[in-house]
Write a protein of this length. Structure first.
Length: 286
């Protein structure tokens, strides 16, 4: 039987994909469901993963990255669960101490906090030849990895069960629970991949969500690890090297309300604003 790693990002699309695969592909694949926690997820995301796990009998494996300061020693993993999962800045800070602040020029947070931690776990259980299921919908087809065949990636919600955001919303609206977040909040509180209108709206509604990034910028903005250009200083998270303070200040004059499309059951949403960090996804410009 073929082996399949199901990457559960913590969003409703990957949650739907996980339960659909278990129901429809169990005779074709031996499956493992894995969620990689970054520590800066919204608490609602962690609760949603736990609810999906119990409701759909997924047996989700929760992993977190373990960083090593030794030269050329890559990221490994540890196994946690809903109760013991890191909440707060610790994992991000450990990553920054090795790789520096992540941003558009150095997008290593998804790679190290998620992809490498998951790969380490898969090695630990002896899985070498396996497929990976990614939760990308048919209306996000531009995010499908161009090297999907080489990397043995499959996209069930594109090829087997084509879905759109509206269809996903409708399905979850029929369930007893769903992810209790507005679509622009996303799983990671202040992901630097978010467009500025989303960030401004979050700052207006939950300014405390920026506290962790502000702490990290203040402490590490002039820290450059050996692997990066030592001449580049004053490093910030957001596009154009914009700082947390600048984003917060600009949010004070932002007055274009963002509509929450998590309740939209009727039409296909835009492809152009997606900060999802599913492993191996081709992340577009937000």
């Amino acid at each position: 039987m073929k082996k399949l790693l199901v990457s559960f990002s913590g969003g409703e699309t990957s949650g739907y994909m996980a339960q659909w695969l278990l129901k429809n592909k169990s005779k074709e694949y031996e499956m493992i469901f894995v969620f990689a926690n970054t520590g800066l997820e919204n608490e609602e995301t962690l609760s949603f993963v736990e609810k999906c796990d119990k409701e759909f009998n997924l047996n989700v494996i929760w992993v977190e990255a373990v960083f090593h300061k030794e030269y050329r020693k890559g990221t490994t993993h540890k196994i946690v669960d809903y109760k013991t999962a890191t909440r707060g800045v610790d994992l991000f800070e450990e990553m920054i101490q090795v790789y520096g602040i992540p941003n558009q020029a150095y997008p290593h947070c998804n790679r190290e906090l998620k992809l490498q931690a998951i790969k380490s776990y898969m090695r630990s259980i002896g899985w070498k030849d396996y497929y990976t299921a990614i939760g990308i919908r048919n209306d996000e087809i531009d995010r499908v990895n161009k090297d999907r065949k080489k990397n043995k990636l499959i996209y069930p919600l594109v090829s087997d069960r084509p879905m759109t955001k509206a269809k996903i919303n409708f399905w979850w609206s029929q369930q007893e629970f769903r992810l209790n977040l507005k679509h622009y909040e996303g799983n990671c509180k202040t992901c630097w991949k978010k467009g500025f209108p989303k960030l401004y709206t979050i700052a207006q509604e939950n300014i405390e969500h920026f506290d962790d990034f502000k702490y990290l910028e203040d402490k590490y903005k002039n820290y450059v690890p050996p692997s990066r250009d030592q001449s580049v200083k004053d490093i910030h998270f957001f596009r154009g090297n914009k700082s947390v303070n600048e984003v917060i200040e600009e949010s004070k004059t932002f007055n274009k309300a963002i509509k929450d499309d998590s309740a939209n059951l009727n039409y296909q949403t835009s492809l152009l604003d997606n900060e999802s960090c599913d492993i191996f996804a081709e992340c577009g410009d937000n």
